[in-house]
Design a protein around this ligand. Structure first.
Ligand code: MN
Length: 243
């Protein structure tokens, strides 16, 4: 059996299924998906639906999955005087931010589900963990989508709040855990390590879009949602895979 991680699938169903094939994912393996399954690409719901069928896929929450879950629950609410009174600037800002960062693709797909499917998807999103820890191949790993903001070596992982693990990339120039690897997604490695051309897809292959190992960090977002690649890592062997 092997442990695998991938992250930031961003609705790219074909890359996700191709990756499962590539790593020969089996019932005895375990895969941690480090968030941002949804938004940007057009088939995030389809990826979620597939993940739900695997008891050995462990989902960890990303900021996009969180924003989507919050916003979709809001949109599903029946409009009443009471619901309108609760609708404030913060909620409006949340919806706008989500729409501007790829949420429309998710809404389009969500509309096509029936009521029961919508509930199943939202229930599944509620199960996503904020972090996980695993030992594989004699090494210890902390798995989180972005975080850990306001890091201190003395802080237990349970102490970090939602916003501290979802929205802020770590400082990759610093070692956080001398005896563990911190595995993160969230920021494409092309942005963090290769350049600053965040938005443009790159048909010319300017970016390598590779998993980066540095200072006991492993950054695994290979820009799948930006026209780059989906990366996966086998934790036991540290072997990398790309689609
Ligand atoms: Mn993210």
């Amino acid at each position: 059996m092997s442990f695998y991680v991938m992250s930031d699938i961003h609705g790219m169903y074909d890359k996700y299924t191709a990756m499962l094939k590539k790593i020969r994912f089996s019932d005895s393996d375990m895969l941690f998906v480090l968030g941002d399954v949804l938004d940007r690409g057009s088939e995030g719901m389809r990826v979620l639906w597939d993940m739900m069928m695997f008891p050995n896929i462990i989902p960890i929450l990303g900021n996009h999955d969180y924003m989507a879950a919050q916003s979709l629950r809001m949109l599903m609410q029946e409009v009443t005087l009471e619901s309108l009174q609760k609708f404030d600037k913060e909620i409006m800002t949340g919806l706008t931010e989500w729409a501007q960062t790829g949420g429309m693709a998710t809404i389009e797909e969500f509309k096509k589900l029936d009521d029961e499917e919508r509930e199943s998807v939202l229930d599944y999103l509620d199960e996503f963990e904020l972090f996980d820890e695993v030992e594989a191949g004699g090494k210890d790993f902390v798995l989180v989508h972005a975080g850990l903001d306001n890091f201190s070596p003395d802080r237990p992982l349970e102490d970090y709040g939602l916003h501290e693990v979802l929205f802020h990339a770590p400082d990759y120039s610093k070692v956080y855990f001398p005896d563990k690897y911190l595995v993160t997604g969230h920021r494409p490695t092309r942005l963090e390590f290769e350049g600053k051309d965040f938005w443009n897809a790159d048909p010319a292959g300017k970016y390598k879009d590779e998993i980066v190992f540095t200072n006991n960090h492993i950054a695994i977002d290979c820009g799948c949602g930006y026209g780059g690649r989906l990366g996966a890592l086998c934790l036991d062997t540290l072997e990398t895979f790309y689609v």
